[in-house]
Design a protein around this ligand. Structure first.
Ligand SMILES: Cc1cc2nc3c(=O)[nH]c(=O)nc-3n(C[C@H](O)[C@H](O)[C@H](O)COP(=O)(O)OP(=O)(O)OC[C@H]3O[C@@H](n4cnc5c(N)ncnc54)[C@H](O)[C@@H]3O)c2cc1C
Length: 337
């Protein structure tokens, strides 16, 4: 285990923010996780657990030990006629895992193609796209408690999954290091193609009978045409969550803004945050090296050399505008550091 000092995190976050870590280590096993935590305790510095850095905003240098999770491995634990249970190391790249699923004819992850980041971070905010969330294919995870160093297995219920939420962002925040995740994938696919442009994209691709491979290709195509590639323009995907408001509140909004897009759910009415931001005039606004993406206003961007704190200030101004115009407080999806 090689603990380095004063390392730039620029290449370890998709925003491309150039902030430093006091200590930095890559860990490849559960034992190394424990060793790294012990080191941080001895040095009396806090910990930060890093995956692919695609859902963080670095606003300052981290006076901490950054533990980058590199635990790899994909192993079939058990299978039956309908399902296959696959254990995946937390450091595996999410999209590479999805591709492995497709190659093996394991269904369920295809709609989640091309989401950046690691498998270990996927339960943190119950990643989701195109009508599917990881909770739909999740069986359990293993995590090490940061104080006791004991391993605990969490089932789906214990993870408290919600829309871009889990217990690890709330009650158990900063308490566990996720080391492995077990997925329950299906042998008989149940295609989800109603959401977004999947159906029309499949038609444009000339596909009459969908397969998990063609759905994955359609999702990749849609994502590449809609979202900026972090390798080209620094970003962390959707900066804010889509807010859900009560039905009666929505009805009043609808009277004022009849064109407001919406999706009803059990909790109320979900409104696309991108629409709210666009209506407040922020779409495409650029401020020196940072800004709001010109096509996708939900994505804040670093054009190169931008500062994380300035992106935070910009996000607060957007929140303020949306609150003033619509009475809705947007909550960030990105984790601020
Ligand atoms: C272009 C783009 C598109 C995106 N699209 C989507 C999308 O469609 N849907 C979606 O849900 N998200 C999306 N995201 C957000 C991001 O990809 C996910 O949140 C992803 O799961 C983050 O993984 P990561 O490994 O990069 O996590 P990081 O950014 O490294 O970490 C995120 C949080 O998880 C914690 N963490 C990471 N690994 C562990 C671990 N092993 N144990 C404990 N804590 C850990 C970190 O401490 C941090 O708090 C997108 C991001 C980008 C840049």
């Amino acid at each position: 285990m090689n603990i380095q000092e004063n390392i730039s995190l620029k290449s370890f976050n998709t925003f491309g923010i150039d902030k430093k870590a006091k200590f930095f280590v890559e860990v490849v096993s559960e034992n190394e996780v424990r060793e790294a935590i012990t080191f941080a305790n001895k040095k009396n510095v806090p910990l930060f657990i890093l995956g692919g850095g695609s859902n963080i905003l670095l606003t300052k240098d981290l006076e901490a030990l950054v533990i980058k999770i590199e635990i790899i491995g994909i192993k079939v634990l058990e299978e039956n006629e309908d399902q296959v249970f696959v254990e995946v190391g937390a450091g595996e790249n999410w999209h590479s895992f999805v591709i492995q699923c497709i190659k093996n004819d394991w269904a369920g992850a295809e709609n989640l193609s091309l989401i950046p980041g690691t498998v270990g971070a996927s339960p943190m905010q119950n990643i989701g796209a195109y009508g599917v969330e990881i909770k739909d294919i999740f069986k359990s995870l293993q995590a090490i408690h940061r104080d006791t160093l004991q391993m605990k297995v969490f089932n789906a219920e214990e993870c408290g999954f919600g829309y871009r939420e889990s217990v690890f962002k709330n009650e158990l925040k900063d308490q566990y290091v996720i080391t492995k995740v077990v997925f329950a994938l299906k042998k008989k696919p149940e295609f989800q193609i109603e959401y977004g442009a999947i159906k029309t994209t499949l038609e444009e691709m000339g596909i009459k009978t969908p397969s998990i491979a063609s759905i994955s290709q359609a999702v990749i195509h849609i994502r590449q045409s809609k979202l900026p590639d972090p390798k080209v323009i620094g970003n962390a995907g959707s900066f804010f969550k889509n807010p859900t408001v009560p039905f009666d509140f929505f009805q009043k909004l609808k009277n004022t803004y009849p064109e407001i897009p919406s999706f009803s759910n059990e909790q109320g009415v979900k409104i696309p945050a991108a629409w709210l931001i666009e209506q407040t005039g922020w779409k495409g606004k650029t401020f020196d090296k940072i800004g709001v993406h010109k096509n996708q206003p939900l994505v804040l961007v670093n054009y190169g050399g931008g500062d994380g704190y300035e992106i935070q200030v910009l996000s607060e101004k957007i929140q303020q505008s949306v609150l003033q115009k619509f009475g809705i407080l947007l909550h960030p999806e990105v984790n601020f550091l």
